[in-house]
Design a protein around this ligand. Sequence first.
Ligand SMILES: *[C@@H]1O[C@H](CO)[C@@H](O)[C@H](O)[C@H]1NC(C)=O
Ligand SMILES: *[C@@H]1O[C@H](CO)[C@@H](O)[C@H](O)[C@H]1NC(C)=O
Ligand SMILES: *[C@@H]1O[C@H](CO)[C@@H](O)[C@H](O)[C@H]1NC(C)=O
Length: 460
Amino acid sequence: MKRRTVIMITGLLALAITSLNFFSGPRTNKDGEQSEGGNDSFLDRDIRIKRRPRLESETMEPMHGKLAQEIQEGEVGRVQAELDRQQQRQKQIDTQNRRLKLGEQASPMTQEASPKVDQPLKEQQRQQQQRSTASVTANTNFVENKYHVVTSVDGQIYTEWQVRIHYYWYKQMRLQYPDSAMGGFTRLLHSGKPDFLMDEIPTKVVDLLPPGMDKGFVVLNRPYAFAQWVERYMASIPERYVLMSEPDHLFIRPPPLWATLEKPAAFVFTYIEPAEHATIVNRFNDRKVPVESMAQIGSSPVIINRDQLAAVVDAWYDISLRLKNDPEADKAFGWVLDMYGWSIASSQHPDGPLQYDLHLLEFMIQPPWDETLAQGPSKENTTILHYTYGSDFNLTTGKFTPGTVGQWHWDKRDFSTRYPDGNIDCPAIIQPQTTHLQMWYINQAIAALGSAWGRPAVSR
Ligand SMILES: *[C@@H]1O[C@H](CO)[C@@H](O)[C@H](O)[C@H]1NC(C)=O
Ligand SMILES: *[C@@H]1O[C@H](CO)[C@@H](O)[C@H](O)[C@H]1NC(C)=O
Ligand SMILES: *[C@@H]1O[C@H](CO)[C@@H](O)[C@H](O)[C@H]1NC(C)=O
């Protein structure tokens, strides 16, 4: 923690020195867009990402050629059937519980008010707590074939509704694929204070950056949050690996454990290009590694073993902060600065740059640009649907109209200050299967949350 304090002081000094420059006018980000100084937010970053022009290399199947294929005709039906089957099973369990209660033999477990669906998770958390005590004493006790999902949020309404949908689908994955590599879950809340979701979602609260430290770029809180989580809480999880996730990720299959002890796994973002910015990047390349060893990735989705995460997380925070305080880097990397921060930090691992197992569409699809689910080289199916782009469609043609508000329109950015309604109709004419899937998954989660959907009244 001492090192971080030093970084903070350095950061505050740098802030003082550069603040004149900072507040002297609008800044220009990577795409030449201007942003109003001092009012950045996760929403602003999403707007920047939304506007990002699609790169040629990023169109479908850049790496796997013909391997990406339409496999999802029956996808919605399959998931619905699975949910029905679970409901049946739940009914049986409920009936049994009721019988037990009537016979006044209820165990403490059956008396819990929380939905029964949570019981395996609750049980797992209990086991985790037991194991964590053990793992402090004997560090060899990790669950080797699983990852823990860590999803960071800022506590604002915009990420709040997203993370509730996200967690709903995490729970569904645990139920539908009990033998998958998916382990426990943590919502990493970096607002510094608990909120009303503490009982709904397993949560760890960490501190916000001190005022001024983020220089208006709140996304810097993400590396800081992970650094705090590693230091304070990672010892209490049993899994060997961590999946760094984001609230607008919908799990449609549990990501396989693509990482190994030596090699973390990551999704490729082709617009992260450290080698194209060698001059800037080398200012932060303390270990003087080749810039080519810096991967075209961000920090999420990434699956990484806990020791490697611990070895680079402080550098991630440190480098992101230094990037923000370097006017040239700030200008070049703009809204994706923390992603560059992660890529550079990964290359500074004490044992040499981390080499990633890189994944594309089998790890994550981003509708409507990615129009179908996909399979990777080993026939792994898409695992995450990332609803980061707005959906605009012409209802005559059913075609995507990027950059123009369509006759049919749904965009998470419309819900920065309120929850979206459920039961959103997605007309059949809309072409991409993935947009239908996206809306189906969102509708399904909102329906399942039922009357809990929304913020509780202030009086509560
Ligand atoms: C940022 O901008 C929004 C809308 O333009 C405004 O409501 C909000 O108060 C601003 N936040 C800050 C910190 O200036
Ligand atoms: C991917 O999906 C297809 C079609 O649903 C299925 O046959 C195949 O087993 C899946 N592959 C994996 C690795 O789960
Ligand atoms: C939808 O597409 C058709 C065919 O290209 C075009 O004629 C029509 O103006 C479009 N509608 C809207 C509302 O843009």
